[in-house]
Design a protein around this ligand. Sequence first.
Ligand SMILES: NC(=O)c1ccc[n+]([C@@H]2O[C@H](COP(=O)([O-])OP(=O)(O)OC[C@H]3O[C@@H](n4cnc5c(N)ncnc54)[C@H](OP(=O)(O)O)[C@@H]3O)[C@@H](O)[C@H]2O)c1
Length: 312
Amino acid sequence: MKYVTLGRTGLEVSVAGLGCGGHSRLGLATGKDEHHAARIVTAALDLGINFIDTARAYGTERAVGAAIKGRRDQVIVSSKASPGWGDELLSAAGLRESLEKSLVRLGTDCIDVFHLHGVTAAQYPHCVAELVPELKRQRDAGKIRFLGITERFVSDTSHEMLAAALPDDHFDVVMVGHNLLNPSARKRVFPLTMRHNVGTLIMFAVRRALTHSDAARAVLEQLIEAGQVAAADTDAQAPLAFLVDHPEVASLIEAAYRFCRHEAGAHVVLTGTGSVAHLEENVAAILAPPLPPDLTNRLGQIFGRVDSVSGN
Ligand SMILES: NC(=O)c1ccc[n+]([C@@H]2O[C@H](COP(=O)([O-])OP(=O)(O)OC[C@H]3O[C@@H](n4cnc5c(N)ncnc54)[C@H](OP(=O)(O)O)[C@@H]3O)[C@@H](O)[C@H]2O)c1
């Protein structure tokens, strides 16, 4: 494993982080039980991963708690509370309650990075007025170490919330959607995180459009229609085949993780799965060298202007 400093937190974290959400939620989403989920976390720790990202909303905090029992001091734990949905916004008391429940499920008395989860641009002012002061009180009380915020990339594909939040500098860590289909964080997010020395966690490196060829074709169609990709630059039937055909690339998923890991400003690339074999493959991909320049140039030519899809 390789380790990197997570911005101004000073935490030394593995470049691969275990994501306990996503479509798999450590296998819970496909019918596996908590023992299985905990085994995925243990396998991650055994591979040298020391950054584990979970959330109240994923239902995986208890499995993480079971796996880290007796190893708590080797692990950086990241969890989250949602600031609310629609008009129903979370109060400071609600945040406190959510944090207390997370601490119990995780079996710990302190969470290293505690995020406001999936924040939209519309929710951000409420977060600053009501929730950030509470997070700071909880930090002063020793219940959390660092403040984090994650964007709602499925709908905020152009990083509107983070572009507004980062100059205010309330958060030590951000979680940002980034992948080879939508590299817009390169211009809109990473220059700001680097300026403020904020730690970065990359999500959406691999979602459906990078694991299912029909989803990739549908995304491409959408991008051509939106005028963000030129039809002449791609093969509509197999838009990403040029990556897999390259002699220095093992698979599309491998290319997708290598693309994210070597982005300037990226610290931890999150990978979520319900399978130990996938986890091992993905860690190897995250540790592999950068993509060859001919591929990064071609990706830039095709997808360099995209900011309207998440790859979900
Ligand atoms: N707004 C937010 O705060 C937010 C939103 C999304 C995600 N997150 C966090 O970020 C983490 C990463 O999320 P993500 O969006 O990048 O998705 P992810 O959780 O990494 O999910 C990746 C998906 O691809 C599949 N996959 C992984 N490796 C594979 C392989 N080698 N071969 C075939 N399929 C593979 C997995 O299914 P299998 O189980 O079959 O491997 C999984 O469903 C999440 O787990 C979560 O912790 C946060």
